[in-house]
Design a binder for this molecule. Sequence first.
Ligand SMILES: C[C@](O)(CO)[C@H](O)COP(=O)(O)OP(=O)(O)OC[C@H]1O[C@@H](n2ccc(N)nc2=O)[C@H](O)[C@@H]1O
Ligand SMILES: Nc1ncnc2c1ncn2[C@@H]1O[C@H](COP(=O)(O)OP(=O)(O)OP(=O)(O)O)[C@@H](O)[C@H]1O
Length: 268
Amino acid sequence: MLDFPNAKINLGLLVTEKRPDGFHNLESCFYPVLWCDALEIVPADAEAFTMSGLPVPGNLDNNLCLKAYRLLQQDFQLPPVHMHLHKVIPMGAGLGGGSADAAFALKQLNSLFELNLSEDQLEGYARQLGSDCAFFIRNKPVIAVEKGDVFKPVELDLSGYTCVIVYPGIHITTAEAYGNIVPKKPSCGIEMYLKQDVQVWKEVLRNDFEEALFPRYPELAGIKEQLYSAGADYASMTGSGSAVYGLFKTEPENLIFPGHYLLWEGLL
Ligand SMILES: C[C@](O)(CO)[C@H](O)COP(=O)(O)OP(=O)(O)OC[C@H]1O[C@@H](n2ccc(N)nc2=O)[C@H](O)[C@@H]1O
Ligand SMILES: Nc1ncnc2c1ncn2[C@@H]1O[C@H](COP(=O)(O)OP(=O)(O)OP(=O)(O)O)[C@@H](O)[C@H]1O
């Protein structure tokens, strides 16, 4: 198990229909990337939660790490713990950082207190914390369907690629992004597209949120264009934005995004 909660990118994201429960069905390939937070959990005399790094908006009590602890507490007599979260993954970026922390907390608590929960059981808990959360239990590339929490295996290896992720400092709320989208039934599943060469993805693999968000935030389309100009085989916004990534076969030179966070690193 990786010792840090890591982010994900979405390779294609089709929002296919609105569900009766208000959520949306989607189809997307979730791929883990090496942009990580740090979360330490140790037994303590009294419950404590501390944070460092990027400021996380909202009440401390609403932090997904604490929610994960409380969820397990409903079924198990957990001793008090001190959790410390060092936040590095930008929020409102479509990188799933909060979900990654929550899934990591479930896994850590499972091993720390020998709860013997299987990965399927952990996914069950994760689903209750957020749609993206279940993916991070196994943390392997998958095709996600339904709310993004039901998975199909995918044969995909991008290990030769460098992934550059640009975060433009724009916070996009997931609920708001879904509210601005018109679901579309695709003519063909994402799996068919992923079987083709990465260079072909540009023509066929789309993220439905781009159409709704690019006119509002033209800067995002500009970043995607810059990544292609720098030689990316494929570039896209991830999740509901605002981070945009490029996949490069050879490391690009002279990529400058003033004032932006830039991760220049590998995939998992
Ligand atoms: C955009 C993605 O990151 C793609 O991976 C995810 O679909 C977002 O998942 P998430 O951040 O875990 O989202 P949640 O915390 O479960 O839901 C936040 C809000 O997003 C909307 N939402 C989320 C997931 C989904 N499949 N349909 C939705 O309509 C709902 O309004 C929901 O109230
Ligand atoms: N541990 C946490 N880390 C980050 N955000 C958290 C955490 N716990 C709760 N939150 C809340 O969740 C919000 C966004 O979470 P997250 O980092 O998953 O954004 P995101 O990358 O846009 O998510 P997604 O990919 O699911 O759309 C934050 O603004 C914050 O209010």
